[in-house]
Design a protein around this ligand. Structure first.
Ligand code: HEC
Ligand code: HEC
Ligand code: HEC
Ligand code: HEC
Ligand code: HEC
Length: 229
């Protein structure tokens, strides 16, 4: 599996090749992607190792909070991917209290653990190198939900990129953050956020967005140096 596709780079031919190999989009689609830089990354969904990881099951159905696995998201710019130990907390063979211990679908986790190896998850969201260290923690603390930037992860059996992550997209929110801000303690409650933002768009929300706006440390920056070296 490893080496089937090169590690994610921003090379356009890669996505075009993938589109053809995956048969997911027609040539017309590939050409459309190629000439539409703003959106060419949206929809990106590489094949994951083993049986992958199902957010719809773990975060949605089982209701495990994002921060159980993405533990550093409130403290650091980078969102961490959990290591095998985190999975073994539930999927180790001796967790007899759980009824899925014999399941072959989680064998790849135990194999990795036994070999002291890590699971090579393929990265999906990636900004170009000329964009400075994107600060997750600042956004989370300000009340920008994962939902606004990653979509409805709680409904995704496999994560895909749902937003363009383009400069115009970043700035659209930086100019009008009140449309997107939610109470900071709700940022990982993605179904609540989806409902709230929909209510807001239809004038049905009871959330005081002015209060959220005035509690920001500072206005979201629009000067070039904030995001570029
Ligand atoms: C039980 C652990 C666990 C929980 C809970 C969890 N995740 Fe993840 N997450 C992972 C793993 C493992 C990966 C890497 C595999 C993948 O991309 O599917 C990942 C990947 C991701 C990615 C894609 C990263 C990339 O490569 O760009 C996003 C975005 C993400 N998670 C968001 C969330 C959000 C939002 C929540 C809460 C609603 C959440 N996760 C809950 C384990 C978890
Ligand atoms: C808090 C407990 C918990 C943690 C942590 C956890 N899981 Fe699970 N996982 C479950 C439960 C419960 C099921 C459902 C089993 C069933 O339905 O039989 C499951 C099922 C699975 C399955 C089989 C279903 C499918 O989607 O194919 C896979 C694969 C899996 N988990 C991978 C992982 C990985 C990888 C991690 C670490 C990133 C992880 N899990 C962390 C509880 C957990
Ligand atoms: C303001 C937009 C925004 C918000 C809010 C946001 N993210 Fe992200 N996320 C991004 C961007 C942009 C990247 C790619 C960063 C890069 O390439 O440096 C990313 C990358 C990631 C990754 C991949 C990290 C890696 O090293 O593979 C994970 C996991 C992730 N985000 C999880 C989350 C979770 C969980 C939340 C909510 C608690 C969240 N994000 C909130 C924009 C956001
Ligand atoms: C949905 C809304 C939203 C999106 C999308 C968004 N941001 Fe922000 N961003 C904010 C808000 C709100 C703040 C102000 C946070 C504060 O200071 O309290 C902010 C602040 C920042 C800061 C300043 C950090 C600091 O230390 O003061 C940087 C840098 C930044 N964003 C980069 C980005 C980049 C790069 C993107 C696109 C990849 C992006 N943002 C997308 C809402 C957003
Ligand atoms: C809020 C963060 C943010 C600010 C502020 C910002 N940029 Fe960007 N910029 C980005 C991101 C993210 C990309 C990557 C876009 C992509 O991958 O499609 C980008 C891409 C670019 C590119 C590459 C071409 C393109 O349009 O995609 C240039 C050139 C650029 N920015 C110049 C600037 C200049 C000049 C300013 C000041 C007027 C500025 N940027 C302000 C986030 C920002």
């Amino acid at each position: 599996m490893a080496g089937l596709f090169p590690k994610w780079t921003n090379a356009l031919p890669t996505i075009a090749a993938m589109a053809v190999m995956g048969g997911a989009v027609t040539t017309v689609g590939a050409v459309w992607y190629y000439f539409t830089p703003k959106y060419w990354e949206a929809g990106y969904m590489p094949e994951q190792p083993g049986n992958g990881f199902n957010h719809q099951l773990h975060a949605g159905k089982l209701g495990i909070d994002c921060r159980y696995c993405h533990t550093k998201i409130e403290q650091s710019p980078e969102a961490n991917i959990p290591n095998v130990d985190t999975c073994m907390g539930c999927h180790a063979e001796n967790r007899i209290s759980l009824n899925f211990v014999k399941d072959e679908r989680v064998q790849f986790i135990r194999d990795a653990y036994a070999e002291d190896a890590s699971i090579e998850w393929r990265r999906i969201h990636k900004l170009p190198d000329y964009v400075r260290n994107f600060p997750h923690h600042v956004h989370i603390k300000a009340g920008v939900s994962c939902y606004s930037c990653h979509g409805q992860i709680m409904g995704m059996p496999e994560v895909f990129q749902s937003e363009p992550l383009s400069m115009g997209w970043c700035l659209e929110c930086h100019r009008n953050p009140e449309k997107h801000l939610v109470p900071p303690d709700q940022v990982t409650k993605l179904t609540w956020v989806e409902q709230e933002l929909d209510d807001r768009a239809h004038g049905r929300s009871g959330v005081d967005t002015d209060a959220l706006l005035s509690s920001l440390r500072r206005e979201p920056p629009q000067y070039c140096g904030a995001c570029h070296h």
